[in-house]
Design a protein around this ligand. Structure first.
Ligand code: CA
Ligand code: CA
Ligand code: CA
Ligand code: CA
Length: 340
């Protein structure tokens, strides 16, 4: 009985960790896992220096935190950085299920003036291609500009055979969430002035680590097509206003490369390194999957979550499809502080 009470209390505590995430473009102190990746390349799309949540004079993608809350049914992403207030585009691709598109097709839903398909294969160009092993299933894009500065967003499925559904999901002021009818939320806070520097003749690299404002996204797992278990891969990038000129700001980095330019000619497999970030269930990176409540240690609260899911499909730490003794063993083996 004593154990049961502890579990119930721990579960309530664990549930609150995700509930503390507010989609506003700032990194919530609890709820997110550790920084999963930080930028290595100075921005050739302008170093942001304005320091305002709205008006912004540069674009950079600095770092990424995530929380994959399988029980609650949401993927939360925080991508630190800035998106210039000139209608440049933030592009986000999610690979969360078998199938999808390793090369962007041209027959996806027509969203944001057909911007997704603008990146796709055509008669003369191979189409934007991701690293091997990344097959996008869902797409989110946001942009901001005008007066007063307003943020806009679109979403679309990226099915293996094309087609699917998608559309414009609304607008909001900087720092406030755009909330779609299906529960997608996205917010932009442009106040970062740290992160990577400007890319010029002498400076081509820098560090985006530690950025705490940028673009924040909440995605219902049923909407993006998550099958209920497994990692989720994400890739974010900054593109030109017509979805037609890729910057050198994207997840994974490129060790100081210049802008990638025409997206239909870009193949990330040909760019050294891995240009996507893997998010494991529980919200942390691969480094500490047993830290189910993302508080930096594996302990009683995490055990409570595991026991609550006993016999079910999640939290499935060892990926065998069910929660049982092997998951408990994995948790006990990781007991204590997560190693950085
Ligand atoms: Ca937030
Ligand atoms: Ca996929
Ligand atoms: Ca900067
Ligand atoms: Ca690559």
């Amino acid at each position: 009985m004593k154990t049961f009470i502890l579990s119930a209390a721990a579960l309530a505590c664990a549930a609150s960790a995700h509930a503390q995430i507010v989609v506003d473009g700032t990194l919530d102190p609890t709820g997110y896992g550790p920084e999963l990746w930080a930028q290595d390349t100075a921005t050739q799309f302008g170093n942001a220096t304005d320091g305002l949540a709205g008006q912004c004079n540069g674009s950079e993608i600095n770092n990424l935190h995530a929380s994959l809350d399988v029980q609650g049914g949401f993927l939360y992403l925080f991508i630190g950085g800035n998106l210039e207030s000139n209608f440049n585009k933030f592009e986000l691709f999610i690979d969360c299920a078998p199938g999808g598109q390793n090369t962007v097709r041209a027959d996806n839903p027509d969203v944001d003036f057909n911007g997704l398909n603008r990146m796709g294969v055509d008669a003369n160009n191979p189409g934007l291609t991701f690293d091997a092993g990344f097959e996008a299933d869902f797409y989110v894009t946001t942009t901001n500009g005008g007066g007063p500065i307003t943020c806009y967003a679109n979403i679309a499925q990226m099915l293996t055979t094309g087609g699917g559904s998608g559309g414009y999901i609304g607008s909001a002021a900087p720092g406030s969430a755009i909330v779609s009818q299906v529960g997608v939320e996205i917010a932009t806070n442009n106040s970062n002035t740290a992160g990577v520097p400007a890319y010029d003749g002498t400076t081509t690299t820098g560090s985006g680590s530690g950025c705490s404002t940028g673009i924040e996204v909440k995605l219902p797992l049923n909407i993006i097509g998550y099958p209920g278990t497994g990692d989720i891969k994400v890739m974010a990038m900054v593109n030109g206003g017509g979805h037609d000129y890729l910057s050198n700001q994207f997840t994974g980095g490129c060790n100081g490369c210049p802008n990638l330019a025409e997206p239909r000619l870009v193949n990330f497999e040909a760019i050294p390194g891995v240009q996507f970030v893997t998010v494991s269930a529980g919200g942390g990176g691969n480094s500490c999957p047993a830290d189910l409540d993302n508080d930096g240690e594996v302990g009683g609260a995490d055990l409570g979550v595991l026991l609550a899911g006993w016999g079910g499909a999640s939290p499935d730490l060892d990926g065998d499809g069910s929660v049982g003794g092997s998951d408990l063993g994995a948790m006990l083996a990781a007991w204590g502080s997560c190693q950085p």
